[in-house]
Design a binder for this molecule. Structure first.
Ligand SMILES: [Fe+2]
Length: 345
């Protein structure tokens, strides 16, 4: 296997290539560096077969959509990924095959709900759930410190001690570690109970990533155009979140709320289906088509998408445009289906 970190910066992109088939996968590529990646692939005589984003990034624009567009490369992410442009959704226990290189998927949420780690040969790519002598933040975008502790201690620390660790970020110049070293020396985790870890993470004030407003919602939505003015984090955090059960109960009230589905048409009729009587306006068309919703300015609207992330963006946009009773289906059609409420396809 050809294995290389390609950025040489605090933000890591890994190349894994098969020497027999000359197929390669890039993990967490950064949009500004596409030219460099293409040059390295050409140097090794490798053909890009797949891209994996270990999670939805808040600190850099992903190169994935550009690679899809330019080369038709398949994008692979966890099934909880909010973005509509994923070609293959994976879950814990799945394998990703790139030629003879096999990457085993470990579902390791906590940094985000869609975080995976990739176990390949003698090493594990941990994304941002566990870093070298540190852990990724768990304080926004669906992060949860307790779940992160469970992922690290229950999944990553179950790997053999000599497994090499390659994280998605490093801020101190480290390049690799091992599971055994992190078990012993990771100052956030070693010797701490779950409760102590949560207390520690809650006590740290992390500065927001400098580019979060420019990159997080474009990465979550695959929308990157001037017509969509994304709400800011404060506006997103004010959106009222309803569980599937709460949405189900409200649908029985009179008048029933408008269900506004903001996914793409192929998702609306796809595997997860849609809630009966919901109206489809894809997020990328919402700014132009908002006039269609004028009758609902002062009546309840519940916004729906795949994972509840794009719909939170849409709900905050509508609230900003003066709609007074907008809320969001938390967990989107994924949770709606998991709780076995009715869908149409
Ligand atoms: Fe991250």
């Amino acid at each position: 296997m050809i294995f290389q970190e390609l950025n040489g910066t605090q933000c890591k992109t890994y190349l894994a290539g098969c020497e027999n088939t000359h197929k390669a996968v890039l993990v967490d590529p950064v949009r500004e560096r596409i030219d460099r990646y293409l040059a390295v692939l050409a140097y090794h005589g490798l053909k890009l077969d797949a891209i994996v984003d270990t999670h939805t990034h808040a600190d850099h624009a992903t190169a994935s959509f550009e690679f899809q567009r330019l080369l038709g490369v398949r994008l692979i992410m966890h099934r909880r990924a909010p973005v509509p442009r994923v070609d293959e959704y994976v879950d814990d226990g799945d394998s990703i095959c790139v030629g003879d290189v096999k990457l085993d998927v470990l579902y390791t949420p906590g940094h985000t709900p869609d975080s995976i780690s990739l176990y390949v040969s003698d090493r594990v790519l941990t994304g941002d759930v566990m870093l070298i002598r540190g852990t990724g933040r768990a304080d926004f975008a669906g992060g949860d410190a307790g779940i992160q502790y469970d992922s690290i201690t229950g999944k990553l620390f179950e790997l053999p001690d000599d497994t090499l660790v390659f994280p998605g970020h490093d801020y101190r110049g480290n390049t690799q570690s091992t599971i055994g070293e992190e078990k012993q020396h990771n100052p956030r985790i070693a010797g701490r109970s779950r409760k102590q870890y949560i207390e520690l993470m809650n006590s740290i004030e992390f500065p927001l990533p400098s580019k979060i407003q420019e990159v997080l919602q474009p990465n979550q939505t695959a929308i990157d155009d001037d017509r969509t003015a994304f709400p800011d984090l404060a506006e997103l955090s004010q959106v009222r979140q309803l569980s599937p059960g709460e949405v189900y109960a409200r649908l029985k009230t009179d008048p029933a709320p408008l269900l506004l589905d903001v996914r793409e048409p192929d998702e609306y009729t796809g595997e997860l289906g849609h809630i009966p009587r919901s109206q489809l306006i894809p997020l990328k068309e919402l700014s132009q088509r908002v006039g269609e919703l004028n009758a609902y300015r002062d009546t309840p609207i519940i916004v729906v998408c795949r994972a509840g992330v794009r719909s939170t963006t849409a709900a905050a946009m509508l609230t900003g445009l003066g709609f007074s009773q907008v809320s969001n289906l938390k967990g989107g059609m994924l949770d709606w289906n998991d709780e076995e409420f009715a869908v149409e396809r």
